[in-house]
Design a protein around this ligand. Structure first.
Ligand code: GAP
Length: 444
């Protein structure tokens, strides 16, 4: 993980937030390449779950919601983690369930100083704030701890406007906030993060089948975007692990540097949410078939992914070090669809008209795909920079270019170089990008 964190900082993907003030614990900002990478992750999710389906519609609900939402959803009562505090020297706070996993059934001790621990108390993870100038009970609102509830409270609206009938889903990407007791492992667990959630509404009897279908579809999404299949697994929750709303949940886990950990959860939420919001709001939240008159409260299958966690997993899986001609190279073997920059255009030397020619090629290419022009430093150094940000293709303009209008096209993974006519370059890169879709990465 340290190598990933160092690379992220060195190349400006992700870095500590508010650094000039000493940083804010477990809070991170995304720089240029990080923004592009995460945006590609979200774009590929969007493509797979909305654009390429006709049973899904989009939503962007507000972060602040009516406080009754959280009463109905059970978060006010039950969205808690068991907090224990060290009574010894260090006074640190821990999640009892995490310590239990690590230390087993006996008496728990503080992992840092070995001190005794307090009795556990349930700590609510929702961030609270006040709406308007008066801070009283009536103005209390919460930053949403999941985007899902914005979907449930809009079920009726969407049903009216979207002309859909179950099975259909609502997809949303947005920020969520949790006052985690022990954030950590870089962007794996933070207090502010982005979720990519689907609530898929189905006839009650069809929920188990859809639960299976979504598990398969979501596993496939990760492997098609280059995650090695042996670094992914599905783990079904034990009954005592299930959230208050869930009748069955499976986690897609990834082999992160700290071990197998949750990447995405797929839950069968039954009719819990719609029934709760119907009871608390007084609105009927059901589907009525206008032809048959049949009415029912749909059941919900929920694939819920984290955009930051997915971005981290793609980076970890893509990270590679190798020796090339006696020199160490760090390379991010990102799937070309995810790579922040698809092609870098580099003049071999900074003279003889090469920079101008390279710049003209770059300006032509950037209308077709994210491209970068780089003339600073030795050619080796520039390639190393592009390898580290995962750019799949490099184009070098050299003295031969000035004679025959061809360039060298370098492949990030195989390091193969071929000569391509400038006229054909855009089409050749577009062909390679399209072909990469069909051949998921297996090395690295
Ligand atoms: N609506 C269901 C739900 O929120 P969850 O398992 O609590 O389920 C879903 O969260 C996903 O959101 C997780 O699999 C993870 O990818 C991401 N996530 C949850 N808490 C997070 C945190 N503190 N930091 C980063 N990502 C988080």
């Amino acid at each position: 993980m340290e190598k990933i964190v160092a690379l992220c900082k060195r190349r400006g993907f992700i870095f500590q937030s508010s650094e000039i003030y000493g940083g804010l614990a477990s809070t991170y900002d995304y720089g240029h390449y990080g923004v592009l990478l995460k945006s590609n992750v979200k774009g590929e999710w969007w493509r797979a779950v909305v654009q390429e389906r006709d049973d899904m519609v989009a939503l962007d609900a507000a972060i602040l919601m009516h406080p009754k939402t959280w009463e109905a959803s059970g978060h006010l009562e039950g969205f808690t983690d068991p907090l224990v505090q060290c009574l010894g020297e260090c006074k640190r706070r821990w999640r009892e369930d995490h310590l239990r996993d690590e230390q087993g059934d006996g008496e728990l001790r503080c992992p840092v100083c070995g001190g005794e621990l307090s009795e556990p108390r349930q700590f609510n993870l929702m961030f609270e704030t006040h709406m308007g100038p008066v801070e009283d009970e009536g103005s209390r609102v919460f930053l949403r701890p999941e985007t899902a509830q914005g979907i449930f409270v809009n079920f009726k609206n969407v049903l009216q406007f979207a002309r859909k009938r179950p099975p259909f889903g609502i997809a949303q990407i947005g920020k969520a906030f949790r006052n985690e007791i022990t954030p950590g492992n870089f962007v794996f667990r933070t207090r502010e993060f982005e979720q990519m959630e689907i609530e898929f509404f189905v006839p009650p009897n069809d929920a188990p089948d859809w639960y299976g279908t979504w598990m398969e579809a979501r596993m496939r999404w990760y492997t098609e975007l280059g995650i090695r299949p042996d670094h992914l697994r599905l783990r079904e929750h034990r009954p005592d692990e299930l959230s208050h709303y869930s009748s069955a949940t499976s986690d897609i886990e990834y082999l992160f540097p700290m071990g197998w950990s949750e990447l995405e959860g797929i839950a069968n939420r039954g009719d819990f949410d719609l029934a709760q919001h119907a009871a608390h709001s007084g609105e009927k939240l059901e589907y009525v078939d206008s032809a048959t008159g049949e009415r029912y409260v749909p059941h919900v299958v929920e694939p819920s992914a984290g955009a930051d966690r997915a971005t981290l997993a793609f980076m970890v899986d893509a990270y590679d070090e190798e020796e090339v001609e006696g020199r160490q190279r760090v390379v991010l073997r990102l799937h070309p669809r995810l790579a922040p920059v698809k092609v870098a255009v580099l003049p071999l030397v900074n003279k003889d008209g090469q920079p101008e020619r390279a710049r003209a090629i770059y300006e032509e290419l950037r209308g077709r795909m994210p491209a970068e022009y780089d003339a600073g430093g030795s050619i080796g150094k520039r390639y190393r920079r592009q390898d580290e940000i995962g750019t799949p293709w490099g184009v070098t303009v050299d003295h031969q270019t000035m004679e025959d209008a061809t360039v060298t096209l370098r492949d990030r993974d195989s390091l193969e170089q071929s000569r391509v006519a400038i006229d054909c370059l855009g089409d050749e890169l577009a062909r390679r990008l399209a072909a990469s879709w069909l051949t998921p990465k297996t090395s690295g």
